[in-house]
Write a new protein. Structure first.
Length: 352
């Protein structure tokens, strides 16, 4: 009888948020008794020598901490697959369902996997579920993909859930399919789950944690001001495309830094997510890439829109304006229950 659940996502990226959303979804399914697997689909390798050098020589060196985490925590996996033809050869006989999600899997210019993230390779006997998938932007951009083909594949899904409100409109207006809004997978696990699964250690929360993806002088100046105002030191995880892989902390340590922080300053979606999960006081400095739909959808649901600011003056005010987590946690608990129910119910009849 089919009983495995496959997860197709950005598990291989050297990106803290991408890795943690994959870990969270896999762990959540395991905690609920499912035999969950990561489908080890990586970006297409078109036979380029440059791609081969990067994948087999450069990546194992600069991304060693991510590879180590994947080998320990993102298991079991299928064999590694790097092209669409081999995806069609994947043995689905033991899989009751394939879940695609989360992250920006339907932002076509990011994927480089053809139509695989629309589950074009999955047969009619296997359930097809999209969990908290994001289009990345408030409108559909096809890139190299055909909208007609995407629509055809989406209509085969048993359940489609998206991470942002804008995704609901794209599904309905662009592809004539219904979708539901759910939380990012990182919210499916409770604080205690992260503590136990990653063996997090509690320390004195005597620092401001900055997790910044877009570094500039203004943000760095605010971090210094915040630490002085709060009377604590600062712990910086200021990352850029040139240093984030080689110099960042291990993945469990990255999570532990949020767990122990007194205050968090970030411009990252998953930095925001873990601040909320661990009930931290935080402020979000608006990122310049304009990908704010993911922030705004989450913050509106939780009544936290005021924590997203576009100026340092606005940010400074929030240093002395604490979040009432009693109200936030009540809303979050209700959303977690809804999201969990949708996902588990979607795969229930096939597995049992």
């Amino acid at each position: 009888m089919k009983n495995k659940i496959g997860i197709l996502t950005f598990h291989y990226a050297f990106n803290y948020g991408g890795v943690m959303q994959a870990f969270a979804l896999l762990s959540f399914l395991k905690l609920h008794g499912h035999d969950a697997y990561i489908i080890d689909r990586v970006r297409d390798n078109h036979g380029s020598f440059k791609v081969w050098i990067k994948r087999h020589i450069v990546d194992p060196i600069i991304g060693s901490r991510f590879i180590a985490f994947s080998n320990k925590y993102l298991c079991p996996k299928t064999k590694t697959i790097s092209n669409s033809n081999d995806m069609r050869k994947l043995n689905l006989d033991d899989f009751a369902a394939i879940i695609v999600g989360s992250d920006q899997l339907w932002r076509s210019e990011f994927t480089e996997v053809g139509y695989n993230y629309f589950l074009d390779f999955v047969d009619d006997q296997t359930k097809k579920v999209a969990y908290a998938v994001s289009f990345g932007k408030p409108e559909w951009r096809a890139g190299k993909l055909s909208a007609d083909k995407v629509k055809k594949y989406l209509k085969r899904f048993d359940l489609i859930t998206v991470r942002e409100v804008s995704g609901l409109d794209i599904c309905k207006k662009g592809f004539s399919v219904d979708a539901k809004l759910v939380l990012d997978p990182t919210f499916l696990l409770a604080k205690v789950d992260y503590i136990n699964l990653l063996n997090l250690k509690e320390q004195d929360n005597n620092y401001v944690l900055s997790y910044i993806l877009e570094k500039n002088k203004e943000k760095c100046s605010f971090i210094d001001l915040a630490s002085k105002f709060l009377g604590v030191s600062s712990k910086n995880m200021i990352l850029s495309s040139s240093n984030f892989v080689s110099s960042g902390p291990s993945i469990p340590k990255w999570v532990e830094n949020f767990y122990n922080a007194k205050f968090v300053i970030t411009d990252s979606f998953h930095g925001t997510a873990f601040s909320i999960i661990f009930n931290k006081q935080f402020v979000i400095l608006e990122p310049k890439d304009t990908q704010n739909v993911r922030f705004l959808s989450l913050l509106k649901l939780l009544g936290l829109l005021d924590r997203y600011v576009s100026s340092i003056d606005e940010a400074f005010v929030l240093l002395d304006k604490p979040i009432d987590y009693k109200l936030v946690n009540k809303k979050l608990s209700e959303l977690q229950m809804e999201s969990s129910f949708l996902l588990l119910n979607a795969i229930k009849d096939k597995v049992e």
